[in-house]
Write a protein that binds this ligand. Sequence first.
Ligand code: ZN
Length: 538
Amino acid sequence: MSKETSVFRVNQEGYETGLPVCAAVLTAEPVLLKNAAGEVIRRFSFEAPEPDPASGDRVTLLDLGVLEEGTYTLENSRESRALTVRPGAWKAVTHALIKGLYFQRCGCALDPVHAGPYRHGACHTAPAADWEDRSVRRKVTGGWHDAGDYGKYVGPGAVTVGHLLYAWLLFPRGCSDELNIPESGNGLPDILNEARYELDWILQMQRPDGAFYHKLTKARFAPFIMPENDLEPEYLMPASTCATADACACLALASRVYRRFDEALAGRMLSAARDAWKWLQAHPDFVPFINPEGVHTGSYSGWNDADNRFWAACELYAATGETQYREAAETLYAGGLSLIQFGWDDVGGMGALCCLFALKEKAGEILGVRLREDFLRQCEQVFRLSALSGYGTALAPDRYSWGSILSVLSHAMAMILHALLTGREDMRRSALLQWHYALGLNALDCCFVTGFGERPVMNPHHRPSGADGIDAPVPGLISGGPNNAHCYPGTREKLGNDTPPAKYFLDETPSADTNEIAIYWNTPAVFVGAYFCSSARS
Ligand SMILES: [Zn+2]
C-alpha cells in the first residue's frame, strides 16, 4: 500500500445502487460532485470540524444521497477521486470473503483448479495425540487454519460457522453464489459446503464423554513455511466449557440448517450437541482453558462461559423445542449478558440472534419480549459511538485493540438486526458506514480485504501469503486492523506514542498485532456484506 493517502475517502469497491452513498473529506474546502460527463451535480460547503478523537483527522462525512448507476468524481482545488455506483458492487468481495475460508482449509491439498496460484499440498494429516494422555491418538483432519497460524480452535471455529449459517438463513440472496470450490454444483449452496468443511472437523473434536477438546495445535507456532511443510506433531488439547458450549450451539444450529439437505448428518449433529449439553450440565462451573506448560499457541480462553452456555441453550431450544433448554437460557439471560457481541470472546449476540430471528414467537416473554427491548437498548450504545466518530466508525477511541475489525463488524451486525426489527433507516445507514470502513472509508485510506479496493492490505500476517513466493497475498482475507491497546514493542517503536488509535496499523507481515487475518473476522464481514448485497435493488 502506498503511503500517499487521498483527502477523499470512499468505499473502494464502489457503492450499490439504491443505497445512500457516503464519502469522507479531510479538508474544509468546498467539494464538487461531478458525473461522468463532468457536470457538477452537487456542491458541498462546510466548516472544518473538530478533530476526530480516534484518528486526529478533521474529517467531514458527505452524504451524497442515492445516486444513479455510474462513475462520479469528488473534486476540490487539490485533487479528485472517482467513485462508482453499480448494481452488485459488493457481490465479488462478499463471495471472496467466503472463499477466503476455502484457502484456510487444512488436511487437504488446494488444487490449481480451485486455488489458482495459491495451490499447495495436503497438510496436517498425521494422527494427533491427546496432550493429557499420549497413549490416545486420533486421526482428526480437516477444518480451517484459524488465522495467520496453522492451529485449529473449536470455539473460534464454531462461531465462524455460526456467522455463515445465519448469513445464509437471513440473507440467502446475498451469499449463495458458486465459489469454485471442490463441492460446487453438488446441490448444496457453497456457503453451506464451506461451513460443512469445518463442521465435519468440529464433530471429530468431541470426546466420548461429550466434551470438546479446546484445540488441535502444536506446542509452538510454525515459522513462515507452507502448511504442507509444517510437520511438527499436533496435540488434542484439554477440554473447556467454552469450547464445548460453542460447539454445542453451532451443531444444534447446523442441525436445523442441514436437515433439509441431509437428514442423517443433521441427526448426528443434534445428537453431538445433546451430548455436549449433558457434559456441560455435569460441569456447571467454568472450566477455562489454560495452555499447559510448554504450549505456546493461542489460548482463546475467555473470562467466563455464561454467554457460551446461553448461545448453546438457545440453539438447542430452537432445534428441539424442549422446555429444559428454554429454561436454561432464561436463567443464563437473567444473569446479565451483552447481546451485541458476536465474536469468539463473547457470543451473547449469537444467542440473541437465535432468540430474535429463529425462535421469534416461540421465545416467550423473557427471551422474546424482554430480550428484544434489552437488545434494542444495547444497540443504541454502538449507534451513538458511530454518531460521535468523524468517520462514523462504531468504536470508542480507546477500544482499538487486537482485531478491532471484529468490534466494528460486530457492531454493524447488531445495527443490521436492529434495523430489521424496527425498520430504522438511521441504524441501517450507520451499519453501512461500518461496511464502508472495512472497504476503505477510514483513517488509513485502506481496504482491509486482501485482493480488493485501490489500496488493499498487501502484507497480512498469514503464513501461506508470506511463504508462497507470490507478491499478492491470498485473496479474500480481512485484516484485524488498528490496535494501539495490545501491540508489540516493535509496533510501538515504529508508531510511537503520538499515532492516533485509528492509525495504529502496519501493513507489514510481522505485525500480527495489527495485520493478522482470522476466520472469525472474515465471517462477520460475510454477514454484513450478504445483508447489503441482498437489500440492494439489483
Ligand atoms: Zn493444515
